[in-house]
Design a protein around this ligand. Structure first.
Ligand code: PEP
Ligand code: MG
Length: 595
């Protein structure tokens, strides 16, 4: 048989690393669901059959969870917990039962219909992270469906060692099952940087490329494949020379990355003695372990929204457990936990969503929390109760005017009063801060600095609101420039006002995790920068090889430039000269790929 020509496919770099191996196809093609009418007298039995299948599926997931926990697996248990939570969610279970009753149809059909309805809710959400969560609902639906239909839910593990799993999408349970079976890399057709496959692959520290359109139609089991998680590429049927080149590149990059990672315990101090705290952003409690592994000095942002995905808020006790876990694992280092930042592009299912013409400017974040005080107070009590387990910092999101921070503070005081009444303990040294992510708050930072212990700058929103550029709209992405002069001026104002008032400032938006911007952040004088854990070793390395005096000079000169293209060019050229291993004037080198 003639040899096939090598073919390179481009996807998204989801987890760094290079691996050459044989394909193991995981085929999760859509199941054919028959629609069957149930006679009236059979409806209750059908519902019983459905409930039974849900219970059995929960038990299966608990088994998976146990294997992960006791098998010492590194997979994020929280995602599996979230799936169990979805299986118990009223919207799914009662929704399916309602359809069985009202349409007198079989449970499989009803389940398929309710999963499609819930998907639509998630489809309307614009935040990448939350949109990815619709696949959680699909995976849960599929597992219950397979139980109903008596099919095996487990994916078949590869027979060959160090295989490359290629799938349309992978559930965390799939990955948990596969990771102990010698899987060395993952490739999926769908998904983004914040999807499961990316999260799990980074936790397992294996290369992954996601969003490779059409790959399933092009590969067969045991085909040879190169997975390049730095460049987000896969090569099908590579030549021997391509394999040799890839392996050589892999070795070079791995040893460079390992050397950089070995500096993780060294102080983040410039050569001329300026220190900055390097912290991690996390979305799930069990990311704390990897944050520590990558050298996080604190958690700079724990986004608690993930806990509020269902139709009901988690109980105070359940929240307290999650917060305690983060605080205990980080202790004595601090952890900043942000109160729920729901609505807007992140959506929610809890409070009944009114249609909003402009969700980003609507009832979102702190505005929603202040509207639903019972839920907000429960979160504040849970946070306070957890504070005895570590060094808590509470963070309020999206404050846009003084009355909001005053109300939030008053509710925090109310939560304290309630706990005192019940005789429940909480720490008395909790720092309370606010996010600056709205231009009005940035302009008024001198006033706000009198009300809080620290600021955390959310550049993702601050940039979108300052430049009027939707952070999720690809069409206007070319305008989204963190180095826009107006953004730089706001950042300077915030930092200077904070310091003048004697409080510290963190930055936790994506801008903080892009090493390209490091000299500007050093030059502006941020006290903490908080980012995706994988970026930490690289940023630490660059801090240690920077001079704050150079960074200040660059920042001053960049702020005098006339337009934002010039600012970007100046920073790129500076970094390409200072760190040629990481940057070229046109972008970054492979070493920073997959972050
Ligand atoms: C931000 O806006 O920069 C931020 C950190 O908050 P989120 O990305 O969760 O909106
Ligand atoms: Mg924000």
């Amino acid at each position: 048989m003639p040899r096939r020509r090598p073919k390179t496919l481009q996807g998204i770099d989801a987890s760094p690393g290079i691996h050459v191996g044989l394909v193991h196809l995981v085929d999760r093609r859509r199941m054919q669901i028959p629609k069957v009418h149930i006679p009236d007298e059979g409806v209750e039995a059908e519902i019983e059959r459905f409930r039974h299948a849900v219970e059995e599926s929960i038990q299966q997931m608990e088994l998976v969870r146990e294997k992960v926990v006791h098998g010492g697996g590194k997979e994020p248990v929280a995602i599996i917990d979230a799936h169990i939570m979805i299986m118990r969610d009223r919207m799914l279970v009662e929704g399916a039962e309602r359809i069985v009753r009202s349409e007198a149809v079989n449970a499989e059909w009803a389940l398929q219909k309710i999963v499609a309805e819930i998907r639509q809710v998630f489809d309307a959400i614009e935040d990448d992270y939350f949109r990815e969560r619709r696949s959680d609902v699909e995976f849960v639906g599929e597992r219950i469906q397979r139980t109903l239909m008596g099919q095996d839910s487990e994916v078949i593990p590869p027979k060959h060692e160090r295989a490359v799993v290629v799938a349309r999408d992978l559930s965390p349970a799939d990955t948990a099952g596969l990771s102990r079976k010698g899987v060395a890399a993952l490739v999926t057709e769908v998904g983004g940087k914040t999807g499961h496959t990316a999260i799990v692959a980074r936790a397992l520290e294996i290369p992954a490329v996601v969003g490779v359109e059409g790959i399933l139609a092009r590969v067969g089991s045991r085909d040879r494949i190169i997975v390049d998680g730095y460049r987000g590429q896969v090569v099908l049927d590579p030549s021997e020379q391509m394999v040799r080149d890839a392996l050589a590149r892999s070795q070079g990059l791995r040893s460079r990355a390992a050397k950089i990672a070995s500096e993780r315990a060294l102080p983040a101090r410039t050569t001329d003695g300026h220190s900055v705290r390097l912290s991690a952003n996390i979305e799930m409690a069990d990311e704390v372990e990897s944050a520590l592994r990558y050298g996080a000095e604190s958690i700079g942002l724990f986004r608690t929204e993930f806990l509020f995905m269902g139709t009901r808020a988690p109980t105070e006790g359940a929240q307290r457990k999650v917060y305690s876990r983060v605080l205990k694992s980080m202790s004595p280092r601090p952890a900043t936990i942000r109160t729920m930042d729901l609505g807007g592009d992140k959506g929610h299912q809890m409070f009944g969503m009114e249609h909003e013409a402009n969700p980003a400017l609507g009832l979102r974040s702190i505005r929603l929390s202040l509207r639903h005080q019972r839920v907000f107070l429960a979160q504040l009590r849970a946070l306070l109760r957890a504070s005895v387990d570590g060094q808590l910092r509470i963070l309020f999101p999206m404050i846009s005017c003084r009355s909001e921070i005053l109300q939030a503070m008053e509710l925090l005081e109310e939560a304290r009063r309630q706990l005192r009444q019940k005789g429940q303990a909480f720490a008395d040294d909790i720092q309370v801060g606010m996010m600056i992510e709205v231009p009005s708050a940035a302009f008024m930072s001198a006033m706000f600095a009198k009300e809080v212990d620290y600021f955390s700058i959310g550049t993702n929103d601050l940039i979108q609101y300052t430049l009027a550029v939707d952070r999720h709209n690809e069409q206007v992405a070319y305008l989204y420039n963190p180095l826009h002069i107006s953004v730089l001026r706001l950042l300077k104002l915030i930092v200077d006002d904070a310091h003048a008032a004697g409080i510290w400032v963190s930055m936790c938006g994506e801008m903080a995790g892009d090493p390209l911007f490091l000299p500007i952040l050093l030059g502006l004088g941020l006290d903490e920068i908080s980012m995706n854990p994988l970026a930490l070793p690289f940023v630490r390395h660059m801090v240690r090889h920077s001079k704050v005096s150079d960074a200040r000079r660059l920042t001053r000169s960049v702020m005098k430039l006339g337009d934002s293209q010039q600012t970007s060019r100046a920073v790129r050229e500076f970094m390409a000269e200072q760190f040629p291993d990481f940057f070229t004037p046109a972008g970054h080198t492979d070493l920073l790929g997959g972050l």
